[in-house]
Design a protein around this ligand. Structure first.
Ligand SMILES: Cc1cc2nc3c(=O)[nH]c(=O)nc-3n(C[C@H](O)[C@H](O)[C@H](O)COP(=O)(O)OP(=O)(O)OC[C@H]3O[C@@H](n4cnc5c(N)ncnc54)[C@H](O)[C@@H]3O)c2cc1C
Ligand code: FES
Length: 261
């Protein structure tokens, strides 16, 4: 993990409040693995607000040109500041943080909801590189993520997209892609998305034999295991649980052991 001031190569709006930010960083490109994230200082030059860095998953790395990419949705002050930055501006990045996920199964089912596509896209590239069989299920509320489908297509894997509000893709929510679960027998499932999606997956996959790993995106403060600001209740054993830090002990957890409030 390293702190560095890096140059923005592009910061393009690709949908409503949806941006793709590329920055030059040989270090992140070399060191980042799927599941990891970076913490970005999102205040304007010379300002201190917001004080806390904001976490973002790594969406892609291009090792040839040393360009790393994040995909982000503008939610509040930090991401609004980020969206105003331009090519040539510098940003303060800390990372990579969190523990890498290292899939061992030969067959991988990736499930993404909304902006959860960011870490799933990076994981997909890694799995393809390791010659795994990969299927991607993605669910989006509306057509805001249509341009992301271009990146998914470039992966050259089998995929289905579910969209709640229009005819761009299969109509419905992403869990509908699991209607024939036996098709994914033997697949290790990795998922990332809103808590409601993760809860729905817990229900849908209860009793299934698949291993299911969720990448959690709990709100964070320090990002390095110091402040306890990101703790998540995790089941251990039949009747007990512990609080684990998503930043330093995650962000990957067995979905079936996550106890959502
Ligand atoms: C490990 C990790 C990886 C992430 N990866 C991405 C990514 O690739 N792309 C992306 O767009 N976002 C990602 N996020 C979420 C992102 O960090 C937040 O959207 C961002 O911090 C919001 O900052 P802000 O100052 O704009 O908004 P704030 O003013 O801090 O918050 C605005 C609103 O956003 C909501 N919010 C903020 N953080 C979260 C969160 N973690 N989970 C759910 N709701 C939240 C809250 O409801 C809050 O009211 C990730 C979060 C984590 C922990
Ligand atoms: S964000 Fe501080 S311990 Fe995780």
């Amino acid at each position: 993990m390293k702190l560095a001031n890096v140059e923005i190569i592009n910061n393009n709006r690709i949908g409503d409040r949806l941006y793709k930010l590329e920055f030059f960083s040989p270090y992140i490109c070399k060191m980042a693995s799927p599941g990891q994230f970076i913490n970005i200082r999102c205040c304007g030059p010379g300002q201190i607000d917001p004080l806390l860095r904001r976490p973002f998953s790594i969406y892609d790395t291009d090792k040839k040109f040393n360009v790393a990419t994040i995909l982000y949705l503008v939610k509040g002050r930090g991401t609004a500041n980020l969206s105003r930055l331009e090519r040539g501006n510098m940003i303060d990045v800390c990372g990579p943080l969190g523990n890498p996920v290292q899939p061992t199964a030969d067959k991988i089912l990736l499930i993404a909801g909304g902006i959860g596509i960011a870490p799933i896209h990076f994981l997909a590239k890694h799995c393809i590189h390791s010659h795994k069989t990969v299927y991607l299920l993605a669910g989006f509320k509306d057509q805001n993520y249509m341009l992301v489908e271009k990146d998914i297509m470039r992966l050259s894997i089998d995929y289905s997209i579910y969209c709640e509000q229009n005819m761009w893709a299969n109509r419905g929510v992403v869990t509908q892609g699991l209607h024939n679960l036996s098709r994914f027998q033997g697949y290790h499932i990795y998922c990332c998305g809103p808590v409601d999606m993760l809860k729905a997956l817990q229900k849908k996959l209860a009793g299934a034999k698949n291993q299911v790993t969720a990448l959690l995106e709990e709100r964070m403060a320090c990002g390095i295991g110091v402040c306890q600001g990101c703790v998540q209740k995790i089941k251990n054993g039949r009747d007990s649980y512990s609080y684990q830090k998503v930043c330093s002990q995650g962000p990957a957890f067995n979905l079936m052991e996550v106890l959502f409030e």
